[in-house]
Ligand binder design. Structure first.
Ligand SMILES: NC(=O)c1ccc[n+]([C@@H]2O[C@H](COP(=O)([O-])OP(=O)(O)OC[C@H]3O[C@@H](n4cnc5c(N)ncnc54)[C@H](O)[C@@H]3O)[C@@H](O)[C@H]2O)c1
Length: 381
């Protein structure tokens, strides 16, 4: 077996996503599995951890048995062994760092949202293309086991004509005045790149684009239900960003989607994100890890009965056929990106797709501010 090493600069790994989902569960998991096998070659990511806090970086490197870490991004960028720049910093920091990486000729792979505005993300896409480097944006939900199963059902025509999609995302995020710390405080400050619309509509956009033929229009209402939270030091601050959003989308395939995205909900459902698709020949309900279906032939006659249970409503649902071993969604996309960089395999999840994702969030805010339906035009550089 030949080894093809690929130096990967990882910036923002002391954070939640960078440390857990990208370093530990993706890059280190790939190495633990012997790299990404391609014929008689293993693609072998060699991370260098970059950040601002030497104590935390050293501890993280030690924990993973890594010896490459540092505070100097430019030094890492000037090392030709480092071919990829990965960014999971807080969103406000991303654009400038990615621009430096592109200028240094590195392939770039970044967390979503790719930048603070669609125009900035599109500019980065143009710069990357002009410099001849490959680029990608995290679209992890596409690779969740439940969504992969749903996507196969769509490809196989299980639903017939799809007319409705319902998405529910969210959970209770404590204000940190009462309750434990779950998420960094910048998430609740608009001026720091926070807000659930920018955070989650990026995901909804690529799901719509890949599964339902895109999105033509939307009407959205953004809300900030919890006005005061406490930050990492315990100091109270005004939460300036939206923490819940309620939207209806007209999808490219003609279906209507309605999505609730909320950090202010106590869910009573199977998962933190569930998506139901209804079509003329069947329905499906995807969670993060699996997917249930109800074909037309198994659809029960529903009865209105306020004095007793309604067992028939759940009885007609069965598990969708399981086709593959579920893998961590972030890792799956990393493997695709490594193959794209080394083998030139197609990779549609680019900075341009990342720009479309931000565009949906921007238009959702216009809709909310102006209380009207908004069309989603094609985004061109
Ligand atoms: N794909 C997903 O499902 C998903 C989920 C959550 C967050 N994200 C994205 O991942 C990115 C990181 O989010 P996170 O929750 O890991 O955040 P985090 O606050 O836990 O981590 C942020 C990282 O950026 C670094 N950083 C650099 N400059 C900073 C600054 N000025 N302020 C704060 N941190 C700074 C921090 O040191 C840390 O390493 C964000 O862009 C977010 O939108 C993606």
């Amino acid at each position: 077996m030949k080894r093809r090493s690929i130096g990967v600069i990882m910036n923002g790994v002391t954070g939640r996503m960078g440390g857990r989902d990208h370093l530990e569960r993706s890059i280190m998991a790939i190495r633990a599995a012997g790299g990404v096998r391609v014929g008689d070659t293993e693609l072998w990511p060699e991370p260098v951890l970059i950040g601002r806090d030497p104590t935390r970086l050293r501890a993280l490197a030690d924990r993973h048995g890594l010896d490459r870490w540092g505070l100097d991004l430019d030094a890492a960028l000037s090392d030709s062994a480092n071919e990829i720049y990965f960014d999971a910093q807080a969103t406000v920091q991303r654009e400038a760092a990615v621009r430096r990486a592109i200028a240094a000729g590195k392939h770039v792979y970044v967390e979503k949202p790719a930048a603070l505005t669609s125009a900035s993300a599109l500019a980065l896409a143009t710069e990357a293309d002009a410099r001849g480097v490959r680029h990608g944006v995290v679209q992890d939900k596409l690779f969740l086991p439940g969504i992969l199963q749903l996507s196969r059902l769509i490809e196989e025509g299980f639903f017939g004509r799809i007319f409705s999609v319902r998405g529910e995302f969210g959970y209770w995020v404590f204000d940190d005045i009462v309750g434990g710390r779950q998420r960094p405080s910048w998430n609740y400050r608009a001026e720091d790149g926070g807000g659930i619309v920018l955070d989650m509509y990026a995901h909804w956009r690529y799901l719509f684009d890949e599964l339902f033929g895109g999105v033509k229009a939307l009407v959205n209402r953004s809300e900030r239900h919890v006005p005061i939270r406490a930050d990492e030091t315990g100091r109270r601050y005004d939460a300036t960003a939206d923490d819940a959003a309620y939207a209806i989308f007209e999808l490219g395939n003609g279906a209507i989607a309605h999505f609730v995205s909320s950090w202010c909900v106590r869910p009573y459902r199977d998962d933190l994100f569930v998506m139901q698709v209804d079509g003329e020949r069947g329905s499906a309900l995807a969670t993060l890890r699996d997917c249930k279906i109800q074909p037309a032939a198994a659809t029960p006659v529903a009865r209105w009965n306020p004095t007793g249970p309604a067992p028939e409503l759940r009885a007609g649902w069965i598990a969708a056929p399981e086709r593959e071993e579920p893998m961590n969604a972030f890792r799956v996309q990393w493997e695709h990106f490594l193959r794209h960089v080394v083998l030139d395999e197609p990779y549609p999840w680019t900075l341009a797709a990342g720009a479309r994702a931000i565009q949906l969030a921007e238009l959702a805010q216009v809709s909310s501010a102006e209380a009207r339906w908004v069309a989603v035009p094609d985004l061109v550089a």
